[in-house]
Design a protein around this ligand. Structure first.
Ligand SMILES: Nc1ncnc2c1ncn2[C@@H]1O[C@H](COP(=O)(O)OP(=O)(O)OP(=O)(O)O)[C@@H](O)[C@H]1O
Ligand SMILES: [Mg+2]
Length: 260
């Protein structure tokens, strides 16, 4: 399993928004870290920087022994095969079946175009895709187009696709934001069970304080791109989290850095 280390990560977008300001933290292999913070506090920017989808302005990210922030794009693709990503809007191919979407989780290890299609993918991968769907309790809906599934079911397909990928670390950005509370709990339960069983490292952006308290080993609070809280969940009380959300999140401009 992969550890994660972030050193003094700063991101200033081209419009001068300072989205991340000197972020440093480590996640141990198997640790479940929840990142909390108001809208615009920098959570999604941070996740994107962790896998090189966004280039930070300065600072370093290490995944295991890879220095993500120093890798050329071709090598980044190799690293991303080890990273499972689950997002709020599912990122599924809408006109394909649940099974076909999950099968695509194998593309990172594919050796030819036949992996693209259910009819030509190796039997071992097809069986694995069915197993992954079964793990998220969707085996009976395998052939259904994903755009006809409910939001909770679609997010479970996304989790099955992540499982199919067989990652070492999972980055999750507001996985339940568009789900009702019951479906949201189901999705978090599943995700958490899988992450625990497989000993995966998980970094998960959330808005729901109750879910954070239930599923995190550790909570990191962001405000205006800075870490303002970093504690094991057992040390965190809900007042501290309310305070985190009551802090205003003004846009800090890059001049703040320039003045240093
Ligand atoms: N591509 C971009 N170009 C310019 N500014 C950006 C870009 N993406 C994000 N920002 C800005 O960076 C800051 C952090 O945004 P980010 O999306 O990381 O926040 P977030 O914590 O994920 O918010 P939310 O809870 O709403 O998802 C915000 O001020 C946002 O407007
Ligand atoms: Mg976000």
């Amino acid at each position: 399993m992969l550890s994660l280390q972030v050193n003094q990560l700063t991101k200033v977008y081209s419009n001068h928004t300072l989205a991340l300001n000197q972020i440093s933290f480590k996640a141990k292999p198997g640790e479940s870290v929840v990142i909390l913070g108001a809208n615009g506090s920098g959570k999604s920017t941070l996740l994107r920087c962790l896998v090189g989808l966004e280039k930070p302005t300065s600072g370093q990210v290490f995944l295991g022994n890879w220095e993500v922030t120093a890798l050329p794009n071709a090598r980044l693709r190799t690293v991303r095969r080890r990273v499972g990503m689950v997002f709020q809007h599912f990122n599924l191919v809408k006109n394909l079946s649940a099974f076909h979407n999950v099968l695509q989780g194998a593309l990172g290890r594919s050796r030819g175009p036949w992996y693209w299609f259910p009819a030509t993918a190796p039997a071992v991968e097809r069986q694995r895709a069915m197993d992954c769907l079964a793990q998220v309790h969707l085996a009976d809906l395998a052939t259904q187009r994903v755009d006809t599934l409910s939001g909770g079911q679609q997010q479970r397909v996304a989790i099955a696709r992540m499982l199919m990928q067989n990652p070492d670390i999972v980055l999750v950005d507001e996985p339940v934001a568009s789900l009702d509370p019951k479906a949201g709990r189901e999705v978090m339960d599943l995700l958490y069970t899988i992450v625990r069983e497989q000993g995966l490292t998980m970094i998960c952006n959330l808005h729901q304080l109750d879910l954070a308290m239930t599923y995190a080993d550790r909570i990191i609070g962001l405000s205006s791109g800075q870490i303002v809280l970093d504690q094991p969940v057992t040390n965190v009380n809900s007042d501290a989290l309310d305070w985190l959300y009551q802090r205003s999140a003004p846009k800090v401009q890059s001049e703040v850095i320039a003045r240093r």
